[in-house]
Ligand binder design. Structure first.
Ligand SMILES: [Zn+2]
Length: 276
């Protein structure tokens, strides 16, 4: 299997000049080859515009990767919701916490940002503080990606169907969700998860998340919730469980509704309720 990764390149002026020389060489070689071919085949009227743009640099890597290894079939389905205090909450009630080292790195970043804000403009100390913030930023970013990869891998190994909220409808739902999370971070996690699910032959189902926090996952009655309310007590059926857990159950149910033929739906949802 071949896969191409494409990245935008931001070269310095010197690097751009060096790259330009390379392209010129390639261009000359190409044109020379074409010239030869042209005279040989008497072809006319071909115009090559090799360097129509060259302002922007992109680099492509073509890599050969082994065929994806499908995981053994698994009938268990799970729903995931973004946690308010943890990274995510699953429909079985379990939570995925951010690892301690990640939280510590985030804390260091916040401290460094405060320090930067206190430094006088254009001072040497401000420059140093800014470099420190940039370094910690990169560190946190790498750690977050690492956490996302590990979490996605664990989910794909454990479940045959993973239900997540659809980020596209999420943006439209807006205030209905009454929850603000780091959408960029969550988006990265979902794309990593989608990738791993596809490689392992797992189902990833995106469900509309609108109202998943407000609706009771057992009886469906809608009770508006504020952000402060972490727990959900249903006045109609008496269900009592964490709000993110309730939302994860709703996401799972919606995903199963749009996935006919997934055999274990009732059992999974009921089991999860039993746990709650
Ligand atoms: Zn209820």
């Amino acid at each position: 299997m071949r896969r191409t990764y494409r990245y935008r390149l931001y070269p310095t002026r010197q690097q751009a000049a060096a790259l330009g020389t390379q392209v010129d060489e390639a261009c000359r070689l190409y044109n020379a080859a074409l010239d030869e071919r042209r005279s040989a085949w008497r072809m006319h009227g071909i115009s090559i515009r090799y360097l129509d743009q060259a302002g922007r640099w992109d680099v492509g890597f073509v890599v050969e990767i082994p065929e994806p290894e499908l995981l053994p079939a698994c009938e268990v389905a799970v729903g995931i919701d973004v946690g308010l205090t943890t990274f995510a909450v699953l429909s079985d009630g379990s939570e995925i916490a951010n690892p301690r080292h990640f939280r510590a790195a985030e804390r260091r970043l916040r401290v460094a940002q405060r320090k930067l804000a206190r430094r006088r403009r254009r001072s040497r100390r401000r420059l140093k503080a800014r470099q420190g913030v940039a370094r910690l930023h990169a560190h946190v970013r790498n750690q977050r990606r690492d956490v996302h990869h590990k979490t996605a891998r664990a989910l794909v190994e454990r479940y045959g169907l993973v239900a997540v909220e659809d980020l596209n409808t999420r943006a439209l739902a807006g205030s209905l969700l009454a929850k603000s999370v780091d959408d960029a971070g969550w988006g990265q996690f979902l794309s990593i998860l989608a990738d791993k699910a596809a490689c392992a032959g797992r189902r990833l189902v995106r469900a509309n998340p609108a109202g998943t926090t407000q609706a009771c996952s057992a009886c469906g009655v809608v009770v508006p919730k504020t952000l402060a309310e972490r727990w959900r007590d249903c006045p109609t059926c008496g269900l009592s469980l964490g709000r993110d857990h309730n939302a994860a159950l709703n996401i799972l149910r919606r995903a199963l509704d749009q996935t006919p033929g997934w055999g274990v739906q009732a059992a999974t949802v009921e089991d999860a309720h039993a746990v709650a």
